[in-house]
Design a protein. Structure first.
Length: 589
């Protein structure tokens, strides 16, 4: 306990030098375990069962000499579906919040859950994602690694007894160091941890500890798997005559990122409405992905090996099945978007960054190929377009232009392309706008985050009444609900606690961490009697103070002792933003 107090009492830089270093060590070994877990399941599913040889990038032991073959080619849909089924059973039996692409869950934890991530999540996410990707699911390593490292960061914060603010920072540091480590891009990863939380802002307090954590995590991971950039070293002098072409690529990448986001969440909504057990939805998504792979085997897994071949201009190694190359390159990014959407949006476990790299690379290959045919003296190879396509596409889809520029430069060892990359990413970022992000839990700026509510929102909250905020009447636990039913209500609504009600009377609260490891029982055995509440005539600031005191994202509302419902931090924030926008319109007029 004394150690906890000493760490918490240290000045900011000293405190986060120590905590950041600890997170970095865990991120490094966590990424390494996850990396080899994926290779293990690839060996089982793709190499031994299907008999497929998988192309790999140069920085992961790959070669530019490659010929595709698959002994049991038509087993692909079955194997991808099997991987989805196993992953779905693991996730929805043990930790439903671990589904999807991971990074968004970590971002949501930062903004809405005080950085709390259940301790089992890193382990469940590692296994489920390794199986999904290793069996050929169209998904990436970065999202799971981000959630794994963020979950361990949250665990470390709990162990050290840190404040909710410091726990949130630890989660963000975990996101950045995890992604920077698995991509062997420590500088970009450190910046990403601060940038990816917002669509138009940075969390400056995250940068310093992220630099420490990413450097240590990268050193550990690369010491084991090698220090060469993932896609090797690209060396070519910068040609300013290509700048207009890069600008056009930026426009196309920005528009395509909107297609990616809309398709991804459109498929997600379809699966959510589908009335079948969640456990089997990833199997269906995997089966669809596998069927697509019969025509486009390039979409299996992360696709990094195929990105390497595209960068090298080795179009003859692509599996086109007789399609004209230009038609194949036009279809490839759309096919990858669909495959990724069915793999991950169905409830499977895997990231969306790597598919974004693949989609952007294929877009760049298409544009580079066209311009090479039109002006071969200026566009001598497709490589620079493939690289700039990667970063301009995902910089706009993920709303993280600065960090993605740095990361792709680190992943390719290329500094000469920075001017073109900066133009393309900036244009793509503008074209895609703020509405469409592959990370739906991002908020616009720091003032829009519940995590910073006390810093920005208190004065106006005094003028907002509880009666002005939407009231939710159906989220609570009755005194005689089973603890499993209470836990399910919490998970469905992304909450860590519920008000306990009986005969319309507010009796107290029940918390997830009091019941999550219990096998059976009822709410009346585990709830905490007595909880603070507000009345309709109280100010929103009073409700916010109770939320902070109780460490919840909701506050109970009563009237003469009768429970009326709850107001949530999210709805309170929406009301705040509505009032701010109204004030702004009045001032502008």
């Amino acid at each position: 306990m004394k150690t906890n107090l000493k760490i918490s009492a240290l000045p900011y830089f000293e405190r986060w030098l120590l905590i950041g270093g600890l997170i970095g060590v865990v991120a490094g070994f966590g990424a390494t375990i996850f990396y080899f877990a994926i290779r293990f399941f690839e060996n089982i599913f793709l190499i031994h069962i299907i008999g497929m040889n998988i192309p790999r990038p140069l920085g992961e032991g790959g070669s530019l000499i490659y010929t595709f073959h698959a002994t049991h080619f038509y087993f692909i849909p079955l194997i991808v579906a099997l991987g989805g089924l196993i992953s779905g059973l693991i996730i929805y039996t043990t930790a439903p919040e671990a589904e999807g692409h991971g990074t968004d869950a970590a971002i949501r934890s930062f903004h809405y859950k005080q950085g709390k991530i259940r301790h089992r999540i890193p382990f469940i996410k590692t296994l489920a994602s390794a199986i999904t990707i290793g069996s050929g699911g169209s998904a990436g390593r970065e999202g799971p690694t981000a959630l794994i490292a963020a979950g361990i960061g949250s665990m470390i914060a709990d162990f050290l007894g840190l404040s909710p603010k410091d726990r949130r920072i630890a989660v963000a540091v975990g996101i950045g160091s995890g992604i920077g480590t698995i991509f062997k891009a420590p500088i970009g990863g450190a910046i990403l941890g601060a940038e990816i939380l917002y669509r138009r802002d940075f969390e400056s307090e995250v940068i310093f500890p992220s630099l420490v954590a990413s450097a240590i995590g990268y050193s550990i991971f690369a010491s084991i798997v090698g220090f060469e950039p993932i896609f090797g070293y690209y060396l070519e002098a910068f040609n300013p005559l290509r700048m207009p072409f890069y600008a056009l690529l930026g426009i196309i990448a920005g528009l395509m990122s909107i297609v990616y986001v809309r398709t991804f969440y459109g498929v997600r909504d379809i699966f959510k409405k589908w009335k079948v057990p969640n456990h089997i939805k990833p199997m269906v998504g995997g089966a669809v992905t596998g069927l697509i792979a019969l025509a486009f085997p390039e979409i299996l897994g992360t696709g990094y090996g195929w990105v390497q071949l595209l960068e090298s201009g080795q179009f003859n190694d692509l599996i086109t099945f007789g399609l004209p190359l230009i038609v194949f390159l036009i279809l490839l990014p759309f096919v990858k978007i669909i495959a990724t959407s069915f793999t991950v949006s169905s409830g499977g476990s895997g990231g969306v960054f790597a598919p974004g790299i693949f989609i952007g690379a294929s877009l760049g290959a298409l544009i580079g190929f066209l311009f090479h045919m039109i002006v071969p003296a200026i566009v001598t190879s497709v490589a620079p377009f493939v690289i700039i396509g990667m970063l301009s596409f995902f910089g706009s889809a993920g709303k993280a232009p600065l960090s993605v520029i740095i990361m792709v430069v680190e992943m390719t060892g290329s500094l000469q392309l920075l001017p073109g990359a900066m133009i393309a990413v900036t244009i793509a970022y503008i074209v895609s706008g703020t509405k469409y992000s592959i990370y739906e839990s991002q908020v616009m700026t720091r003032k829009d985050s519940p995590a910073n509510m006390g810093e920005y929102h208190t004065p106006l909250l005094l003028d907002i009444k509880v009666s002005d905020v939407p009231l939710i009447t159906n989220i609570y636990a009755d005194l005689y609900y089973s603890i499993h039913r209470a836990a399910e209500i919490m998970r469905e609504n992304s909450m860590l606690a519920l008000p306990v009600v009986h005969n319309d009377q507010l009796l107290g609260s029940i918390y997830m961490y009091d019941i999550e490891n219990k096998l059976y029982g009822y709410v009346n055995e585990y709830y905490r009697p007595g909880t603070s509440y507000v009345k309709l005539e109280n100010s929103a600031e009073s409700a916010w103070e109770i939320m902070m005191k109780n460490r919840t994202t909701w506050c109970a509302v009563t009237d003469n002792g009768k429970f009326l419902g709850i107001i949530t931090l999210k709805n309170l924030l929406q009301k705040y933003n509505e009032d701010i926008n109204q004030i702004t319109r009045i001032e502008n007029n």
